[in-house]
Write a protein that binds this ligand. Structure first.
Ligand code: URA
Length: 257
């Protein structure tokens, strides 16, 4: 198994989340450092330390969020949850499982699927771009709450020439039948293309907002969640873990840190 390390310990404390003591070999295998049996050997070889003290026994227990763990002298970045940025392709469902269609979770390797990950928030089947996939149960709910002001930026290509009146309508807050959408910023970047920023997550929201001003969305792509941009190096269907800074940018805001 490949060794993976972080250069600095991920010591971001999440409010109200208490970590219990866990065996050191369990902690390290949860971070994909090595298998439990490999880790036992590494511990016997004196390669693992906690707070600078060599660990003698794989059964020793620690709170991984409050100690500094190192393997071969390099600090291990402990992450309780996984946070994955995916460039969702069109035609794939933002769900964990589906009997008919491929889902974003199906695009991940088995070891991540086994962690019980799911998409935090939804993109329509035909929408592309940034989807966050995690095993952090509290995150999705919080991210979608307008009270949290986590803005999401979309690029939309529509079937009519956009006007300043459309920009004003978005800024005033669109009402569409029973539905009312909070004021949103829209910036026209080409006659048929605009960037739109919203902090709600209502069903088909961007499409409905454009529909209300007489435009149908032909193509929709999410470019940013909070302050975190979709990595332009990710191909369609590609994914990577969020960096510590990116996790801070999303979670830190949710937890008021
Ligand atoms: N708004 C939409 O209409 N669709 C999406 O997928 C996301 C936001």
């Amino acid at each position: 198994m490949q060794l993976s390390y972080c250069m600095s310990r991920f010591d971001f404390k999440q409010k109200g989340r208490n970590m219990e003591l866990q065996r050191i070999d369990k902690i390290l295998s949860s971070q994909n450092i090595a298998s439990r049996s490999e880790l036992k050997q590494m511990i016997q070889q004196g390669r693992v330390s906690v707070n600078g003290q060599t660990v003698k026994n794989a059964r020793e227990k620690y709170d991984p969020e409050t100690v500094a763990i190192a393997v071969d002298g390099r600090e291990v970045c402990f992450r309780r949850y996984v946070y994955i940025m995916m460039n969702k392709p069109a035609g794939v469902l933002s769900a964990s499982r589906d009997f008919r269609d491929k889902t974003v979770v199906d695009l991940l390797p088995r070891e991540l699927q086994r962690k019980g990950v799911f998409p935090a928030g939804r993109l329509d089947k035909d929408t592309e771009g940034f989807i966050l996939i995690t095993d952090d149960g509290g995150l999705a709910h919080q991210m979608l709450s307008p009270k949290q002001h986590v803005y999401k930026l979309y690029e939309a290509v529509v079937d009519k020439v956009l006007t300043e009146e459309d920009v004003t309508a978005f800024r005033q807050g669109i009402t569409c039948g029973e539905l009312h959408f909070l004021p949103a910023e829209m910036k026209i970047t080409a006659p048929h293309t605009a960037l739109v920023e919203i902090c709600e997550g209502k069903f088909h929201q961007v499409k409905k907002m454009f529909h209300a001003v007489g435009a149908e969305v032909l193509h929709l792509r999410r470019l940013r969640i909070g302050n975190v941009f979709l990595d332009p190096a990710l191909p369609s269907g590609g994914f990577r873990e969020l960096t510590n800074e990116e996790i801070h940018a999303i979670l830190g805001k949710l937890h008021g840190i």
